[in-house]
Design a protein around this ligand. Structure first.
Ligand SMILES: NC(=O)CC[C@H](N)C(=O)O
Length: 367
């Protein structure tokens, strides 16, 4: 055992419920956020660095985290984006040929508070029954009243705009400059593997800050437009919705993933809502209604598109459905060059069943 006397720690939920654990390593501190859980058995490094998780305390349902270490290339952004980590067993030792460091060091470099030895099954059951809520994890186990007061000040995820916290400040480029196609991507929290997927398909990408105008994107003279994944509630993202409206008005090729999908729905006047619990994992079943085929998908979202409004909308068609709860998993605009999915065809982590969606977008561009 590497650490003999680790600090006691707690998970305090907004409704006052407490779960107990111990700090990972020599960590001490306090972290606030909305508590959520991911059911993936692998892919922790990609998950921790996915900008869509900004402001969230992550519970890993897999009982062992850290056992295969980390690798500098397996990141979805340049830093850890989750607000804190809650696990059952934290592996200080790791084993994998391609690992170059331990998860403990990776968390330390990113200054992330993690707690372990929590009964994560009980905690996840509790969240599943009572819904997503704010929480605090802390080693200040003797200051519960103080923590409760601070926790009460943490903003609710509903109505929260978070893209500005993770988006690039300046435009940047990705891929080969002399590639055949050009895509303008609006970064409302973009994952690197989306950029890698485009670059692999002979695309040069210019990535724009979350509050860019359509004219900024248009000036790149792109063949297609992309709206990324990202954190927070899509509703306050009015600038991104304006960009989507302008692209749709001109019938230019448009593809949206996750937060981008929600922004496209909102741009069409279809509302979004906060789910009782989000979908976060790498084995979510989705049915492609057009082909009848099933896809096992990577998911990470806490909001969803209003199904009834989407069904009734004269210009929209639901193309994909989540088979666990029949929520909207994909949308297309009738007679427009625009489609989007609520899940993650770029995977990372997760299965590659849905990577055909990138090809579909490239086909739309070529047409
Ligand atoms: N991965 C994402 O883009 C998530 C979108 C949005 N923040 C949600 O939680 O639903």
């Amino acid at each position: 055992m590497k650490y003999q006397n680790r600090q006691k720690a707690i998970v305090l939920l907004a409704d006052g419920t407490i779960f107990y654990g111990k700090a990972v390593g020599n960590k001490q501190g306090t972290a606030f956020g909305e508590v959520c859980f991911n059911t993936g058995m692998t892919g922790y490094q990609e998950i921790f660095t996915d900008p869509s998780y900004y402001g969230q305390l992550m519970i890993a349902t897999n009982a062992h985290i850290g056992n295969y270490g980390t690798n500098v290339d397996e990141v979805e952004s340049d830093s850890i984006k989750i607000a804190g980590l809650i696990v059952k067993n934290f592996s200080y030792e790791y084993s994998r040929d391609t690992a170059d460091d331990s998860l403990e060091n990776f968390l330390d470099k990113n200054n992330l508070l993690a707690i372990s030895d929590v009964d994560t099954r009980a905690l996840v059951s509790y969240i599943r029954d009572n819904g997503a809520m704010n929480a605090v994890i802390s080693t200040e186990v003797d200051n519960i009243e103080g923590l409760k007061k601070q926790l009460a000040e943490v903003p609710n995820m509903i109505g929260l705009e978070l893209s500005s916290k993770v988006s690039t400040k300046e435009p940047y480029y990705f891929g080969e400059e002399n590639a055949t196609y050009k895509i303008a991507a609006l970064d409302i929290g973009i994952k690197k593997n989306i950029l890698r997927n485009f670059a692999k398909r002979d695309v040069y990408i210019k990535v724009f800050p979350y509050n860019s105008k359509f004219e900024d994107l248009e000036a790149f003279n792109p063949d297609g437009y992309f709206l990324s994944n990202g954190p927070g509630d899509p509703e306050p993202l009015v600038e991104a919705q304006e960009v989507a409206k302008e692209i749709i008005k001109r019938n230019l090729p448009l593809f949206g993933i996750c937060l981008g999908h929600q922004v496209i729905a909102l741009a069409n006047g279809v509302s979004t809502y906060k789910m009782h619990n989000g979908h976060r994992g790498i084995n979510h079943p989705v049915k492609n209604i057009k082909t009848g085929k099933g896809e096992i998908t990577s998911q990470n979202h806490g909001f969803a598109v209003n199904r009834e409004q989407a069904e009734k909308h004269p210009d929209l068609e639901i193309t994909h459905v989540h088979l666990n709860d029949y929520t909207v998993a994909g949308l297309a605009m009738k007679n427009k060059n625009c489609f989007s999915v609520q899940y993650h065809p770029e995977a990372s982590p997760g299965p590659h069943d849905s990577s055909y969606l990138f090809d579909q977008f490239m086909d739309n561009i070529k047409k």
